[in-house]
Design a protein around this ligand. Structure first.
Ligand code: SF4
Length: 358
């Protein structure tokens, strides 16, 4: 880290403050509260990179802000574009030199940004590269938002959807995740309504209920991956802390309280969760709750030399995945089979892991 960066990182971070917090901040700094609304608009709507862009704010105040606060929390250090589908993976660095990733996934009718909520992840799901790299720290609300700001500034199509499905477990960084959702939800912001934002969790049962009680109503995705306690514990150690039955109860609470449909994420692992009894258990669960199943082909983790169970996991074949999906469809379950977009640049689901030294 250079001396300048050390100095910069000691400044106060304005990005990540909600509208009311910004108004209070300006009042506390002897400025009218409407300045808070103006800066909010520049940061979160116009995605300004520099205070000099904020033309309805006086030069003197812009200079003061520049001296006292930090506007950008992340910078791009690498950009990879998938040769086949145009998926873009951005490697970003925080002021403390932590590395995180976000991924832009363009599709015909929408363009989704997958963002990270932590540097690494403490949950160690056996099919996930991020889990294997371990946990460093929570991201601030500003760093969560800045992934969107940087991605949008560097991409010519409008990002229409956001998924908290990158590195980390968003509900273990609850306060900052909720704050970032509050910023996205604000009318003055990006224009992306929370109906287009999905929070994905491995199943932090009490926090799922707490999220429902915030009234924010983003969509919820549960990384389910098995309907059987024993199998789920084997591939997702968090299941030993919050059992599947407890997690499902909180997911039911979420669906009822928010009136939203739950997505069950299901990564297909040969002979582990792709048997007929797995499909039947999934049908039984889906019939009890407004939901859909998102089937994810397992992506190789060989790029990070996995050990233990992770090294033994084998992807279910494409043909078997289709068979499994059709079995569910025949029982009137809504099923999507996700493609392995971005696998050539290790940007596909479960592949995000920093291989450089952070
Ligand atoms: S799947 Fe999600 S919760 Fe599990 S280790 Fe990976 S990033 Fe963490």
């Amino acid at each position: 880290m250079t001396t300048t960066e050390t100095a910069v990182s000691k400044k106060e971070q304005l990005k990540g403050k909600t509208l009311s917090e910004l108004k209070e901040w300006f009042l506390a700094n002897s400025e009218p509260s409407f300045r808070g609304e103006q800066v909010f608009n520049w940061m979160y709507n116009h995605l300004a990179e520099d205070y000099s862009e904020m033309l309805n704010i006086s030069k003197d105040l812009r200079k003061k802000l520049d001296e006292k606060t930090i506007l950008n929390t992340l910078r791009i250090t690498d950009k990879k574009v998938s040769s086949s589908e145009g998926t873009v993976k951005l490697l970003l660095k925080t002021a403390q030199d932590n590395l995180i990733e976000c991924v832009i996934i363009p599709e015909e009718k929408r363009c989704t940004l997958c963002i990270s909520s932590q540097v690494g992840c403490p949950l160690d799901c056996k099919f996930c590269a991020t889990g294997i790299m371990g946990y460093k720290r929570n991201l601030t609300p500003g760093e969560i938002f800045d992934q969107y700001a940087i991605a949008q500034r560097n991409y010519d199509r409008a990002i229409s959807n956001i998924v908290y499905m990158g590195m980390g477990e968003p509900l273990l960084n609850f306060k900052n995740t909720v704050k970032s959702l509050e910023i996205f939800a604000e009318e003055l912001t990006t224009g992306i309504s929370l109906k287009k934002v999905t929070v994905s969790t491995a199943g932090i049962a009490p926090k799922i209920k707490e999220l429902a009680d915030t009234g924010l109503k983003p969509k919820l995705a549960l990384s389910l991956h098995s309907c059987f306690e024993e199998i789920r514990s084997k591939i997702m150690p968090i299941n030993d802390k919050y059992s599947l039955s407890e997690t499902i109860k909180s997911v039911f609470y979420y669906a009822e309280k928010t009136g939203t449909r739950i997505t069950f994420e299901y990564v297909m692992l040969k002979d582990i969760n792709d048997r007929i009894e797995d499909a039947d258990a999934l049908v039984k669960l889906c019939r009890r709750i407004p939901s859909k199943v998102n089937i994810i082909p397992f992506n190789s983790l060989q790029h990070i030399n996995p050990k233990g169970i992770s090294a033994e996991l084998i992807p279910t074949s494409k043909k078997e995945i289709e068979k499994f999906a059709n079995y569910l469809r025949d029982k009137n379950i809504t099923v999507m089979v996700r493609d392995t977009q971005g696998s050539d640049i290790a940007a596909a689901c479960g592949q995000l892991a920093i291989t450089q030294t952070a």
